[in-house]
Design a protein around this ligand. Structure first.
Ligand code: ADP
Length: 493
């Protein structure tokens, strides 16, 4: 391992970070890797790198836990546990949020907002734990028979999460797992494994039994693939790229796992001339620049009605120019670095492409200067006439906004839907009928009117088309973690 970083954090105590399997910290068969902070490019920890052997151990621990004492826990027991976890997360949040910022570069101003989200999500799903219900069904079979459905936890779940917001992504598999009585093997990405490892410790201290939540950081093609293929895993909950999502679905077919995949996006954000333009400009800028553009539902295609195009694009570019880029641990920072060197290079390739295509770069388009060593780039606004430009079609996963003019409602709906993706979408207008019409016409899983990116555990979050399937959140999500059995009772004798 290279020299340890001067960044201080109680979790980064110089000791290698091990896997968390069966309630214990264990070394990985797959060795270790250097975990890097994107703010400076320094190594901050040596972390266990799970491989197929480690995944197998974790699945076995999860299966043992699923069939053991955990299966005797009542819904109320699980609810109480989850409420206790919510309190424990609250107590430890300052360190947890900071750890996430160090690990993947989001500013503390952003990760700090997740304190409430984590509380709310654990508490929302805690309520669901005691609301699992089957149904009594009338039937017409001759004679007297009673039929009812019985719900039971599905089994062992594999959670595969990306690096752009692991502290939040992991909740979508942890919370329904605990509420339903399943068990989990969570595989965070190598780029940002720390919050998952720390959260597993906090949950264990709050009383999660050994083996119920296991965490195995590892590479996608080895650990991730082993989890997706594993014959003793019943479900995969995946968040990541569309290309990987396809591989996950194929691998899951081996033993007929159920699957939810939340994948890439290139979400349209549509601004009509009759919108509140000042609000819309800030909304449109942050729809793309938040988290340095590394959000699956980022509003990276901004469609602007032609009559206000020049004025509005300048407003958005001005918002971008004013954002404070810097050290994620500085409370005044609004935009942190990209999460990895690979992502930094990828975004710069798109800057080069914009230049080679002769696009009109209204702001940004460069690495951010003066912050040596870290993976910083400027928030970038490109004025693009051609909706078929590669920059408009491809997911960049950086703060790169393409602004495209449109002439009519029909025209913009056509362009907005002309993408393989279908995750988010937004419309800004004071004309309520038009706003509802456009929201209805967008082919996406979540549409916003006069806002962007607002979400809550009690509402659904999902994609359509190549952005995936499976609704996270809302009252339906827990059903994906339960089996349904129909029971027939002969009442004739
Ligand atoms: P990104 O391009 O954002 O890194 P990926 O889809 O490659 O998105 O990664 C998301 C998660 O999927 C990560 O945890 C990664 O390790 C994992 N992953 C990557 N490739 C595979 C694979 N072939 N099978 C299973 N998981 C994978």
């Amino acid at each position: 391992m290279a020299d340890a970083s001067p960044i201080s954090h109680p979790f980064l105590n110089g000791k290698p970070k091990q896997l968390f399997i069966g309630g214990k910290h264990v070394d990985a068969h797959g060795g270790t890797f250097d975990c890097i902070t994107p703010g400076t490019g320094e190594v901050i920890a040596e972390v266990a790198c799970g491989d197929a052997v480690d995944i197998d151990r974790a699945v076995s621990a999860a299966r043992t836990a699923f069939e053991g004492e955990w299966s005797q826990w009542s819904p109320y027991d699980r609810q109480v546990l989850m409420l206790r976890i919510a309190d424990a997360m609250d107590e430890h949040f300052a360190d947890l949020g900071r750890l996430e910022s160090i690990d993947m570069g989001a500013p503390v101003a952003r990760t700090g907002m997740f304190k409430r989200w984590i509380q709310q999500t654990f508490r929302y799903y805690a309520a669901q734990a005691v609301n699992i219900r089957g149904e009594v069904l009338e039937n017409s079979f001759p004679g007297k028979f009673m039929t009812y459905t019985k719900r039971a936890p599905l089994g062992v779940v594999g959670g595969i999460i990306p690096w752009n917001g692991p502290m939040i992504s992991q909740l979508w598999s942890i919370c329904p797992t605990l509420a339903s009585g399943c068990t989990l093997v969570l595989k965070p990405a190598l780029e940002a494994p720390l919050s998952a490892l720390r959260m597993a410790e906090i949950m264990a201290e709050a009383g999660v039994p050994a083996g119920v939540i296991n965490v195995v950081p590892g590479a996608g093609p080895t650990a991730g693939a082993a989890l997706a293929e594993h014959m003793d895993v019943d479900r995969i909950a995946f968040t990541g790229s569309t290309a990987t999502g396809r591989k996950i679905i194929e691998a899951s077919a081996r033993n007929f796992k159920t699957v939810a995949v939340e994948l890439g996006g290139k979400s349209p954000d549509i601004v009509f001339a009759d919108a509140d333009l000042d609000r819309a400009a800030v909304g449109a800028a942050m729809a793309c620049f938040n988290n340095t553009g590394q959000i699956c539902y980022a509003g990276s295609r901004l469609f602007v009605e032609r009559s206000i195009y020049a004025e509005f694009v300048e407003k958005v570019a001005a918002v971008g120019r004013q954002l404070r880029i810097g050290n994620p641990l500085d409370p005044g920072t609004q935009l942190g670095p990209l999460a990895s060197a690979a992502q930094f290079e990828r975004v710069q390739r798109y800057f080069d492409l914009a230049r080679s295509e002769g696009l009109d770069i209204r702001s940004g388009g460069q690495p951010a200067p003066g912050l040596g060593g870290g993976y910083f780039v400027e928030p970038t606004v490109l004025a693009v006439e051609d909706p078929n430009s590669r920059l408009v079609r491809e997911e960049i996963f950086g703060p790169v906004l393409c602004a495209i003019p449109f002439d009519s409602e029909a025209d913009v709906i056509g362009h907005a839907n002309s993408t393989e993706y279908g995750l988010g979408g937004a419309v800004w207008s004071r004309d309520i009928s038009k706003a509802h019409r456009v929201a209805a016409a967008l082919r996406c899983g979540i549409a916003w009117v006069n806002c962007y990116g607002v979400t809550d555990p009690s509402t659904g979050f999902n994609g359509t088309k190549h952005s995936g399937y499976g609704v996270k959140g809302g009252p339906w999500h827990i059903n994906d973690y339960l089996t349904s059995k129909t029971v027939w009772v002969d009442l004739n004798s």
